[in-house]
Design a binder for this molecule. Structure first.
Ligand code: NAD
Length: 471
């Protein structure tokens, strides 16, 4: 049992002053594995003041000195990789082998990448009689979700530190223990006091950060609902805001695509982390003439993704993060049935033999119409909606018929044709013929999936101001 009743402020662990405590639940056993005590408003203020004071020094430290720290943090996380993977598999439920690669591997590579990424920034440039310089934006309030908890933290903290910003982090109260591990690591590598601060809490603490006049920028990852609120609050002090929000991404399979590969990969990319992935390909858009074949392949793939204990060898699908999330996903499955979609496989009951743990059956709906709830709303569970189309134009129109615009995919025999279609999809990323995730490519949304980009050079630039010196 990991009891965390302190906050990391100004280089020291100090008692948390909030009255609330959150229990951290193992999503497979439903046992309490830890507790975190929330910050009070005064704690948030102390963290912001510490970050403000530290900014004076940290922003003047050389870029190479700053990235020595980000690399050291990456190395120290690397030494604890197996522990991180275990912890996140307990907190979130992702199968351990995937957790090693993604939940532990990604944040390590993000911290390690900063030394190269800073080399790609044009820090100074002459424009006519002006010297244009890039400077850190200031104190960053980072608010993060639970689904890829340490990855989402690293995607903010690593570039913010490399840019010369100081940080007040508020991780998700659902999966916060990995953030304490990061704070321990940061303490051990000797980052100067106040450069990184950790406060625990839920919406109220997040709102205190978003409204605080001492915070220059809020970088938020989470739901569109909470992102909207963060934007509203931040506007009162005209903060810079970066929002990484939800998605309902389309997987457009063209007539001549390699169907078995496209559908099988599509199911995998919908069910990754039990569907709790913002960029999950949850809408499969397929030629009507091949609908029966698609259904058959999708059914087979979904049924092969048997849910099970994330620590057992060979498990591809773990539980969902919480009972709330499980119930929410099951109610979406019921909604799909009620609105008349064709249930190909899965359903609302617990998977056989898995009454304990927050498991949901891998579910596939077909003959889904664009106006159905399961075609429009983010479900955040292992639920695939198959939508048939008659023409390529219609396929593109369906793909773009969403208030979200985070990610997507296109499959076609001819990659050039796939690229043309990909350019017409209004999202921040599109994978072509199974193209894999690139940790240095800009990640972020169009439309209500947010604004701003994370990762690589574009991600770091979010944390920079631009100043002109006239000579
Ligand atoms: P959430 O919005 O409930 O919570 C996210 C974070 O915001 C948490 O730390 C939470 O405590 C905090 N928060 C909640 N209400 C707030 C408020 N009013 N003011 C300030 N902070 C507040 O989201 P979640 O359930 O943790 O995560 C799932 C959501 O995150 C999904 O919608 C998913 O698509 C999205 N997400 C997006 C990305 C991306 O990069 N685009 C990545 C991962 C997850």
């Amino acid at each position: 049992m990991d009891v965390r009743d302190k906050l990391y402020i100004d280089g020291a662990w100090v008692p948390a002053g909030g009255s609330e405590t959150a229990e951290v639940i193992d999503s497979t056993t439903e046992e309490v594995i830890g507790t975190v005590q929330f910050a009070s408003a005064a704690d948030v203020d102390a963290a912001v003041q510490a970050a403000r004071a530290a900014f004076e020094h940290w922003s003047q430290v050389s870029i190479s000195e700053r990235t020595k720290f980000t690399s050291r943090i990456g190395e120290a996380l690397g030494a604890r990789m197996a522990e991180i993977a275990q912890l996140v598999s307990h907190e979130v439920g992702m199968p351990l082998s995937l957790s090693m690669m993604i939940q532990a591997g990604l944040p390590i590579s993000t911290f390690m990448s900063m030394a190269d990424v800073v080399e790609q920034i044009t820090w100074e440039q002459q424009v006519g009689n002006s010297l244009v310089v890039r400077e850190p934006v200031g104190v960053v309030g980072a608010i993060t979700p639970w689904n890829y908890p340490l990855h989402q933290i690293a995607a903010k903290v690593a570039p913010a530190l490399a840019a010369g910003c100081t940080v007040v982090l508020k991780p998700s109260e659902v999966a916060p223990l990995n953030a304490y591990l990061l704070a321990d690591v940061i303490h051990d590598v000797g980052l100067p006091p106040g450069v990184f601060n950790l406060v625990a809490g839920g919406a109220a603490v997040g709102e205190a950060i978003a409204s605080h006049p001492g915070v220059d920028m809020v970088s938020f990852t989470g739901s569109t609902r909470a992102g909207r609120r963060v934007g509203e609050l931040a506007s009162q002090t005209v903060k810079r805001v970066a929002l990484e929000l939800g998605g309902k991404s389309a997987n457009v399979i063209l007539e001549d695509a390699n169907l078995p590969k496209a559908v099988a990969t599509g199911v995998t990319m919908c069910y990754l982390n039990s569907g709790q992935t913002c960029s999950a390909l949850t809408r499969m858009i397929v030629p009507r003439s091949r609908l029966a074949e698609v259904e058959e392949i999708a059914k087979r793939e979904a049924e092969a993704a048997t849910p099970g204990n994330p620590f057992a060898d060979g498990t591809r699908l773990g539980p969902l993060v919480s009972s709330t999330q499980r119930d929410r996903v099951r109610s979406y499955i019921q909604k799909g049935i009620d609105e008349g979609a064709k249930l190909v496989t899965g359903g609302t009951e617990a998977p056989e033999g898995l009454e304990q743990g927050y498991f949901v059956q891998p579910t596939v709906f077909s003959e889904v119409r664009r106006d159905m709830t399961i075609a429009q709303e983010e479900i955040f569970g292992p639920v695939l909606s198959i939508l048939p189309y008659d023409t390529e134009e219609e396929a593109i129109a369906i793909a773009n018929d969403s208030s979200y615009g985070l990610a997507g995919a296109v499959w076609a025999e001819d990659p050039e044709r796939a690229k043309q279609v990909a350019r017409r999809i209004r999202t921040g990323q599109v994978d072509i013929n199974g193209g894999s995730f690139n940790t240095l490519a800009p990640f972020g949304g169009y439309k209500q999936s947010g604004h701003g980009r994370e990762l690589g050079r574009f991600g770091l630039e979010e944390f920079l101001e631009t100043k002109s010196l006239q000579l």
